[in-house]
Design a protein around this ligand. Structure first.
Ligand SMILES: *Cc1c(COP(=O)(O)O)cnc(C)c1O
Length: 425
């Protein structure tokens, strides 16, 4: 019962049989750990990391996993063990890296438009690889904190290359009107001025144009602009050691074959071509691509009800567990764990939360399901659990990591006691 190498690690060992992850049936996991339950394949995460590492093997590189996509400690640990670094966006994410794998601190880059002095201090003390600085004011604060702590700060200016990436407006970041980065036309002057400060070391230039970008072209366009800047800086006597190309490579959330390795190769080629003469290190910050398809949210059907012409399948998972459909109109494939015979019908799959926005799918053709059945929402490994909340006082789901034939709980289900612990009457 070998796990097939496909874009998704969830499969049926026998046609029409039960859904598995690795050697483990999802039904047995639901019985053991309850629902809603996030299930991740360690194999697939490792496989995806290796794809990037192999595609970039020809040059000095570092894959810095974007922690915000899924910050489970066990996942950080498994990636660090295989050589990954990390892209963090908060002091909290730094603490997660330090808790999971402190030896990886030197492979951390710190992004984000609103770093506080306390967060900067924590990064300096942890001796992270670099701060991706998003404004001149932040650079001034970084210099001041570095001087105060007597720890030299490596930085990259996150530039805004003014490149349009075709994705959802909430996750597009590379245009001049977005809040991220500094205008690339201002960058050269900022680096020149920073060169006068002995507490600052210009380590790299960074860029991140958005998320769920399916084409390699905008990445190439952004890196071409960034490497041109690096060459101009060299003329100024400022030699950057690295270019950080950010994350954002998209996956296919719809059913059907998805050639992940081919996508990564195409992406790496576009970056390599655009880097041209630049012979320093290449950093990339993939998040979604590494973990999205490794994960599924397993949920139990509570009710099937008809209102007028519509049929609603009500599950025990809700928008507080997985907000992507409500927030980005995102599509997740929904498949029964143990399929029943019968004709597919058009249904809405919804959760119990008191919001009409609490849906996983609308007008979706779904094979018949009955109360008590389990269904899996696929490709839920990225921006799923990390965006979960306690809305409607719902304790958050448990998480399980499948490693070959073994499954282990990597985060227990929250209890109401957890939720009430921080409050006073
Ligand atoms: C969110 C983010 C990423 C990761 O984006 P993905 O689409 O998940 O690959 C990388 N870098 C930065 C700065 C980000 O904000």
């Amino acid at each position: 019962m070998a796990e097939p190498k496909t874009s998704r690690p969830f499969y049926r060992p026998q046609a029409g049989g039960e859904l598995h992850c690795g050697g483990v049936s999802l039904e047995s996991l639901a019985r053991r750990f309850g629902t809603p339950l996030y299930v991740y394949s360690a194999n697939q995460i490792a496989e995806r990391l290796a794809m990037f590492q192999q595609a970039l093997a020809g040059r000095d590189h570092l894959v810095c996993y974007a922690v915000k996509a899924n910050s489970a400690l066990a996942i950080l640990k498994l990636l660090a063990k295989r050589g990954a670094g990390f892209d963090i966006v908060s002091g909290g994410e730094l603490e997660r890296v330090m808790a999971a794998t402190p030896e990886a601190a030197g492979r951390v880059v710190f992004s984000g438009v609103g770093k506080t002095a306390a967060e900067i201090d924590a990064g300096l003390k942890a001796a992270i690889l670099a701060f991706n600085v998003e404004s001149e004011a932040e650079l001034a604060l970084l210099a001041a904190r570095a001087r105060k702590l007597k720890i030299r700060a490596r930085f990259a200016l996150r530039v805004n290359p003014d490149v349009f990436a075709d994705t959802h407006p909430y996750i597009s970041t590379g245009l001049r009107e977005h809040k991220f980065g500094v205008d690339i036309r201002r960058a050269r002057a900022i680096y020149r001025s920073a060169a006068k400060d002995r507490w600052l070391e210009a380590y790299a230039v960074s860029v991140h144009i958005g998320s769920q970008i399916r084409s390699a072209d905008p990445f190439g366009a952004a890196i071409a602009r960034v490497s041109k800047l690096a060459m101009q800086l060299r003329e100024d006597g400022i030699t950057l050691k690295a270019i950080d190309a950010g994350g954002g490579l998209g996956i296919d959330y719809h059913d059907g074959a998805f050639d992940a390795a081919g996508k990564v190769e195409e992406y790496a080629e576009a970056l390599n071509r655009a880097l041209g003469e630049f012979d320093g290190r290449l950093l990339i910050e993939p998040g979604r691509f590494l973990v999205a398809q490794a994960g599924a949210l397993v949920t139990r059907v509570l009710y099937v009800k008809r209102n007028g012409k519509k049929t609603f399948v009500i599950t025990d998972a809700a928008m507080n567990d997985l907000i992507r459909p409500a927030l980005y109109q995102a599509h997740h494939e929904i498949v029964p764990v143990r399929p029943r015979a019968g004709r597919a019908c058009v249904v809405d799959v919804v959760g119990p939360v008191c919001e009409s926005g609490d849906f996983f799918a609308r007008d979706r053709k779904l094979v018949p399901v009955e109360p008590g059945d389990l269904v899996a929402l696929l490709d839920a490994g990225a921006y799923g659990m990390v965006q979960s909340s306690n809305y409607n006082s719902r304790p958050r789901a448990a998480e399980v990591l499948v490693e070959g034939a073994k499954a282990r709980l990597i985060r227990r289900r929250e209890t109401m006691a957890d939720l009430l612990a921080t409050e006073r009457v």
